[in-house]
Design a binder for this molecule. Structure first.
Ligand code: CP
Ligand code: NVA
Length: 302
């Protein structure tokens, strides 16, 4: 049976196996040089990308396979061919499809209509591939996941949704502090709480200090996600008290780590003295996109 990664909950049962395989591949990359020989990965990107595109493409090369970058501008998808037909056609050529889309429903439709695995490379609801790498990074830095306090400061967006669900899966407490009107949606909170059961807590607040207090991980993301550019001015006003700066992180544990999926905007969601501090792991986190995605591709394709 083919598997898809539309939501991080699609790997609920083997998330830790994937993370541990990522750690193993990172240590022994040469052992995996040929595992995807002759395999091809199509990568459709409706939005810009630096990390996701590069790490998936390099991952395929280093596993012995091949990746094709496809912009809808250059595909018939951009001229009205349906996502369903695109799924059926690409399934005849390639062994998996990575898709970054504006609309989550498009990723669902692609997955439903392809006979090969579909991996969500970010949409308006989730960013699951990011969160696998993030949890791998936290495990490497902290030696455990269960029982940690993972705190997200900012917008209840795609990254926040997947991080909340991922935290619930691994048994970490998840706190999110957002301004009023930008909270994570109740429907995703419900799913996270049902996964967490009584193993861990999912806490929504409007108070950044409550979230930051004694946190093991402080995570933030942009205030203006791709596709929201026309809301920039309003969002920058609404989020101004939710900046991750030195006065906020002093509430976290002394050995807290700072994370950001990147790209970051110094002086907005995070100050330079936090993102460039010794507590910041953002570049190890970015590197782990490569190793974690290799694990995902090995699990899903071979
Ligand atoms: N974090 C992340 O997904 O970055 P890109 O938009 O550069 O792929
Ligand atoms: N929330 C951001 C993440 C970028 C990787 C966005 O969707 O633009």
């Amino acid at each position: 049976m083919k598997r898809d990664l539309v939501s991080i909950t699609d790997v609920k049962d083997d998330l830790l196996d994937i993370i541990n395989l990522g750690i193993e591949i990172k240590k022994n990359p040469r052992k995996y040089m040929h595992v995807l020989e002759g395999k091809s990965l199509a990568m459709i990107f409706e939005k810009p990308s630096t990390r996701t595109r590069t790490s998936f493409e390099v991952a395929m090369t280093q596993l012995g396979g091949h990746a094709l970058y496809m912009s809808p501008r250059d595909m018939q998808l951009g001229r009205g061919e349906t996502i369903e037909d695109t799924a059926k056609v690409l399934s005849r050529y390639v062994d998996a499809i990575v898709y970054r889309a504006f609309d989550h429903r498009m990723v669902v439709a692609l997955a439903k209509n392809s006979t090969v695995p579909v991996i969500n490379a970010l949409d308006d609801v989730e960013h699951p591939a990011q969160i696998i790498a993030d949890l791998m990074t936290i495990l490497e830095k902290k030696g455990r996941l269960k029982g940690l306090k993972i705190s997200f400061i900012g917008d209840g967006n795609n990254v926040a949704n997947s991080l909340m669900l991922g935290s619930a899966i691994v048994g970490a407490d998840f706190y999110i502090a957002s301004p009023r009107g930008y909270e994570i949606k109740e429907e995703y909170v419900k799913i996270a709480r049902s996964i967490a059961g009584n193993r861990s807590r999912i806490v929504l607040t409007n108070d950044p200090v409550e979230a930051a207090k004694d946190a093991d991980v402080i995570y933030t993301d942009v205030w203006v996600s791709m596709g929201e550019e026309e809301e920039r001015e309003k969002r920058e006003r609404d989020f101004k008290d939710y900046q991750v700066n030195l006065s906020l992180v002093k509430h976290a544990k002394k050995d807290y780590i700072f994370m950001h999926c990147l790209p970051a905007h110094r002086g907005l969601e995070v100050t330079g003295d936090v993102i460039d501090s010794p507590n910041s792991v953002v570049f190890d986190e970015a590197e782990n996109r490569l190793h974690a995605q290799k694990a995902l591709l090995v699990k899903f394709i071979s």
